[in-house]
Design a binder for this molecule. Structure first.
Ligand SMILES: NC(=O)c1ccc[n+]([C@@H]2O[C@H](COP(=O)([O-])OP(=O)(O)OC[C@H]3O[C@@H](n4cnc5c(N)ncnc54)[C@H](OP(=O)(O)O)[C@@H]3O)[C@@H](O)[C@H]2O)c1
Length: 225
């Protein structure tokens, strides 16, 4: 059987890096995309250069993404899945004290980054009847007073449903992963009693590994405590 390939954004850290580890363990090749080339190369060395391809780039730039997807297809032969996972938060929450410059940056990564990633992988996924997985958040299902971050994740949730409808027209699948708080460098302080990156990675790989007839459309994960 051909080894399948997944393109992962935000692969240098947290949920994306751990998903790459779990995907390789489950038999996938991984293309690792983020700005921190040093971290991607270290992860690719850990996973094995025959299975992992580090690709330095920025999700706010379509050329950067398209070039990386092209290299992925050239290197591994085809693209079967993409995990649009890169995202960022805000130092100051809410509207009254919030910084509009920081909002622009957040919208560029959390909203435009997801759109541009989808645009960059779309043709390659259509070629294989492939699978798109998006990282939303529990913050994209509930209302949090004045939260711009939460609103950016509401976008991801709406878009994931629209892409599921789009992709099913040609046999493709789209899955939304919506975690509650996860212990990653997203936060300055450790969160040992919350979800661990492996919890989310297992959910992503579960969705990726379903037979083609079955689309896991949404997974919501909450820390117990
Ligand atoms: N941690 C949580 O509690 C939680 C809960 C729900 C959802 N999420 C979502 O999960 C996703 C992953 O977050 P995480 O918790 O794993 O945080 P993280 O450890 O901070 O990882 C964020 C990743 O996004 C990448 N990234 C940020 N801006 C980028 C850009 N412009 N271009 C390319 N890559 C970029 C970072 O890589 P570089 O800096 O190397 O570019 C990094 O790999 C995010 O979408 C986040 O909103 C997190």
């Amino acid at each position: 059987m051909t080894t399948k390939t997944v393109f992962i954004t935000g692969a240098s850290s947290g949920i994306g890096a751990e998903t790459a580890r779990h995907a390789v363990a489950s038999g996938w090749n991984v293309a690792l995309f983020a700005r921190s080339g040093d971290k991607l190369r270290a992860l690719a060395n850990e996973l094995g250069s025959d299975r992992a391809l580090p690709l330095e780039g920025d999700v706010t730039e379509l050329d950067s993404l398209s070039g990386a997807v092209g290299k992925t297809v050239q290197h591994f032969g085809a693209l079967h899945a993409a995990f649009a996972n890169a995202g960022t938060g805000l130092d100051i929450a809410g509207i009254e004290e919030g910084d509009p410059k920081a909002w622009r940056k957040l919208v560029d990564v959390n909203i435009n980054g997801v759109l541009l990633t989808t645009k960059a992988v779309y043709g390659a996924l259509k070629d294989t009847g492939g699978h798109l997985v998006l990282t939303g958040s529990v913050a994209g299902r509930i209302h949090i007073p004045g939260s711009v971050y939460s609103a950016s994740k509401w976008f991801v949730h709406g878009f994931a449903g629209n892409m599921a409808q789009d992709m099913r027209e040609w046999g493709g699948r789209c899955t939304l992963i919506a975690p509650g708080m996860v212990d990653t460098p997203f936060f300055d302080d450790p969160k040992p009693d919350k979800l661990q990156p492996a919890d989310v990675a297992e959910a992503v790989v579960h969705a990726l590994d379903r037979p083609e007839r079955a689309n896991v459309q949404e997974i919501v994960l909450m820390p117990t405590g």
